[in-house]
Write a protein that binds this ligand. Sequence first.
Ligand code: 2P0
Length: 326
Amino acid sequence: MRTAAARARANIALIKYWGKADKSLNLPATGSISMTLSSLQTTTRVTFDTKFDRDEVSLNSSQAPEGVRQRISRFLSLVRSMAGIDLFGQVDSHNNFPTAAGLASSASGYAALAVSASRAAGLDLSRSDLSQLARQGSGSAPRSLIGGFVELGIWDGRGTQRCSLDQIASTKHWDIRLVIAVCGQHEKKISSGSGMERSRLTSDFYEQWIKTHNRDLDTARQAVKEKDISRLGPVVESSCFKMHAVALSSQPPLLYWNPITVAAMQKVWSLRETGLEGYVTIDAGPQVKVLCEAKNSKAIAEQLEAIPGVEKVFNEQPGSGVELLQ
Ligand code: 2P0
C-alpha cells in the first residue's frame, strides 16, 4: 500500500482565465492572475493498493457521483503512467466550503490531488511538472500550488506544451482581502470547462476578450507589485465583467448570477461611492468576491451579511501554497 495526503487552498482569479487553446491538454487561451486564499481549503488523501479493483472516490465523506469518479480516475491514470504503476487508488477528499458553486473547489481539489496522488505513486515532481499535471485536472489548479499572488501563463508555442507558473508577490507582500459573499450554494448545471468551450465557439466577443487580455495582465501585475488598490480594483472588475459579457453572449447564454449576486454587487458599488473602497469579482457561480484593503474588510463584510439571501461571508487574506501532510 502507498499513501499520501496534501492540503491546498482555493484561489480566486483577479484577472480571469476563460477559454482553452487546446481542449485535450487543457491549455488555457489566456493567462490569469490570482490570489491564493487563507482558509477555504481541500484536504485529500490518495492510497494506491492491490486490494482495489477500480478507482474509488469519496468527497466530503460520501461516495462521489459517477461522473466525478470517472474524471478523477482519468487523472489518476495520468499519474500511474508517469510513475509506471498499475495499482488502482482510493481518493478521500474534504472541502471546508461549498463544492462546484463558483468558489474554486476544483482548483484546490486538483492541486491537492496532484500532490497527494503523485507522492502516493512514488513520484517527487518539480513545481513545473506538478503544474502541468494539476492543469490537466483543472485549468485554475496550478495557481493553488503557490501562495500569495500568482500568475499562470499560456503555452508560448515552443517546445513541450507547458505554461509558466510564477509567484508575483508573496503571502506577506500586501495585507489585502477578498470578502466573499455566498449568494447560493447550488452546484452549477454547466461546468466551467463546457461553458468556456461554448463561449469560444459561439460568442462574438470572444476574440476581443483574447485581444485585450495581456493589457489587463500587465496592469494587474504592476498594481499588485506596487500595492495600488485603486489601480488594481478597476482592472479586476473589468476582467470579471468582460468574462461575464463573453459568457452572456454565448449561445445559448451562460448566466452565473442570481438576484442576490446583483444586490451584492450593487451594494459594493454604492459603498464605494461613500468612500468604502471595494471591487467586485465573480466566477462561474453566484458568489460575489470583493477586493479591498484589510482596514475596510470588516465594514464591507458586515454590509454584505445584511443583504437578504446572503448565506455566509468569508473574509480571506493571501494564503499559502499546497502542503504535503504527514
Ligand atoms: C478562473 N474560472 O480563472 C476562471 C474564472 C472560473 C471563472 O478557471 O475546464 O474549473 O477545469 O480548466 O479551472 C474555473 O474553471 O476549468 C475557472 P477547467 P476550471 O479562475
